[in-house]
Design a binder for this molecule. Sequence first.
Ligand SMILES: Nc1ncnc2c1ncn2[C@@H]1O[C@H](COP(=O)(O)OP(=O)(O)OP(=O)(O)O)[C@@H](O)[C@H]1O
Ligand SMILES: [Mg+2]
Length: 230
Amino acid sequence: MTDALVTRELCKVYQEGSIQVTAVQPCSVKLSAGEVIGLFGPSGSGKTTLLSILGCILRPTSGELSVFGQEVSQLNENQLPEIRRKYISFIFQAFNLFPALTAFENILLGLRIKGVVGSEAEDRTAKMLQEVGLGHRMHFLPRDMSGGQKQRVAVARALAADCPIILADEPTGNLDISNGRKVMELLKELASEKQCCVVVATHDNRIEDIFDRIVYMEDGFIRRIKRSNA
Ligand SMILES: Nc1ncnc2c1ncn2[C@@H]1O[C@H](COP(=O)(O)OP(=O)(O)OP(=O)(O)O)[C@@H](O)[C@H]1O
Ligand SMILES: [Mg+2]
């Protein structure tokens, strides 16, 4: 299996005035292409922090990270956007939709950033919105959609980009069980079809069975890694 993300002694310490918080204790993991990984742990255990570092949004304090074999921990602020553009789609806990753009336009903009434009971008956008069950809400603004609908727009935006790594922070947090499973099944399908590496930070025990591997975090430590159905 191809290694999508490899960390070596990766660690993150936040400094808030005189207080230091070690959000991620040194961790070394290998996440493969085609694998769907669940990142579980109580609130404050470091899931979002670890996911943000894997997504090259946040820099580690120490340690190394490689993305499809390319070492990125030493890259500067000008080089990281290119890695993100090429390899990574991120689904944020807070959706991060542009309030003045419709669902359709939000996804189009996301695609433009990835270099996909014109009718291909429009076709992909429409297809993804259909897939997440929002064909009837394509031209709605975020303020006119429910929390779960906005979450599905954020998911559709990430999937439309067709990146080999998808990182999702609580993507089912606002969804009922049926829509939550649909979103996860879509992610799973994509992982196997396109050999994507999907990492999902979640509290949602209802979707545990979907994952190939589950990583449990506590106080910044990876406490255990369990292969699903093993
Ligand atoms: N920007 C920051 N500055 C200082 N400390 C931070 C910052 N972001 C997070 N932390 C701290 O790091 C720890 C891990 O936070 P993180 O957001 O990664 O947890 P989480 O597992 O995602 O929690 P949740 O399930 O509530 O989303 C927490 O103790 C938090 O207070
Ligand atoms: Mg979080």
